[in-house]
Design a protein around this ligand. Structure first.
Ligand code: IPM
Ligand code: MG
Length: 381
């Protein structure tokens, strides 16, 4: 029996998770997969009422679960950055979900490319370091009254993680009076090593003979230079080929020759960008599932899309991304056969036009969920 935390969150998160839960229920009815789901109120409504984001109590409750099924957060009543940083990024950090798995699959006929091409790229985005550390500060006359006698500024930054804490003290001496801002992209040998190790194992499990590593090592030479060295050692260790791609070239290559990529490791910030491109390549944000994985801890599965407040509550949201997130959850929890049922069911509703209007269908969110669940239930007969 698996124990899941269900966090529908905000906006269309609530609708797509409801559909996803119907699908998980269907799977549990016809297979050995058994689970219970405890709902959590984490999200903007609670935040607006109580000021709470991801609390210590939430963390200790979630720690007891096998996995988290997450909808979306984001609300026009809340300033951008607060919910993202206080809930989503905090969750990835405190649960050390260092792999962000984002498959990009050619879901025909949704692929917007001119030629028909079959691809199945699995992005393994590093999910805890790089330029997502939150290590930054603005300084200068508008921001700091702490100018030293010699005209310099002491910029103090700190990070607190399960695996390490680090304090920075930058003594900045600008020669011109102005406002400045810095944002540190930090990577660690341990952080890269565990990610590289996961990527190699993942590629082998998929039957790929190479891993592609995306970076910008020609400009950000230190972080991504160290990253290349560690990936190369790992690739040698596992006997896999390692291909390096600069992120600018990669964004072109994803359009021109997506079928040439399999397992792709990408650092956090570039991974954020490339996986939105990937989502569009496979048929839109409504088709992308995302797994925030700690192989030894509590992982979290979510649709790649956000809370879409403009269409919330209207039943227009495409629940397929949430269903594909549920597929990843099942696979991650040791139910690959059951996961495949979801994949096949998604293929079926696409082939039979049982989709929401964004994909050209006429169904509502809940009706697509039901169509997917019915297809699964019918497998029993
Ligand atoms: C994503 C999102 C998040 C990210 C935001 C909401 C912080 O864009 O999951 O890709 O940048 O990682
Ligand atoms: Mg993103």
């Amino acid at each position: 029996m698996k124990h899941f935390a269900i966090i529908p969150g905000d906006g269309i998160g609530k609708e797509v998770i409801a559909a996803g839960m119907e699908v998980l229920d269907a799977v549990s009815q016809i297979s050995s997969f058994e689970y219970d789901g405890e709902y959590s109120q984490i999200g903007s409504d609670r935040y607006l009422k109580t000021g709470e984001l991801l609390t210590d109590q939430d963390i200790s409750d979630l720690k007891k679960k096998d996995a988290i099924y997450f909808g979306a957060i984001g609300d026009p009543r809340v300033k951008p950055g607060i919910l993202e940083g206080g809930i989503l990024l905090k969750m990835r950090a405190v649960f050390d979900q260092y792999i962000n798995l984002r498959p990009v699959t050619s879901w025909f006929p949704l692929v917007p490319l001119k030629r028909e091409v079959d691809f199945d790229i699995h992005f393994l985005r590093e999910n805890t370091e790089d330029f997502y550390m939150g290590l930054g500060k603005r300084f200068g006359p508008s921001y700091s009254d702490k100018k030293n006698a010699d005209g310099s500024y002491d910029v103090e930054l700190g990070v607190k993680r399960e695996s390490y804490n680090m304090d920075f003290k930058v003594n900045a001496h600008p020669t011109a009076d102005d406002d400045y801002s810095i944002e540190i992209g930090l990577v660690s040998r341990k952080g890269i090593t565990r990610w590289a190790d996961y990527a190699m194992k993942y590629a082998i499990a998929r039957g790929d003979d190479k891993v592609t590593l995306v970076d910008k090592a020609n400009v950000i030479t230190n972080n991504y230079g160290m990253q290349r060295e560690i990936f190369q050692q790992k690739a040698d260790e596992y006997g896999l080929k390692l291909e390096f791609m600069f992120v600018d070239a990669m964004s072109m290559a994803m359009i021109v020759r997506p079928e040439t990529f399999g397992t792709v490791a990408v650092p956090n910030l570039f991974g954020d960008i490339l996986t939105d491109l990937g989502a569009q390549l496979q048929g839109g944000l409504g088709m992308g599932g995302s797994g925030n994985i700690n192989p030894n801890g509590v992982s979290m599965f979510e649709p790649i899309h956000g809370s879409a407040p403009d269409i919330a509550g209207q039943g227009k949201a495409n629940p397929i991304a949430a269903v594909l997130a549920a597929q990843m959850l099942l696979e991650n929890q040791g139910f690959p056969k059951e996961g495949k049922m979801l994949h096949d069911a998604v293929r079926y509703v696409l082939d039979h036009n049982q989709t929401t209007p964004d994909l050209g269908g006429k169904l509502k969110t809940a009706e697509v969920g039901k169509a997917i669940a019915d297809f699964i239930l019918n497998q029993k007969k």
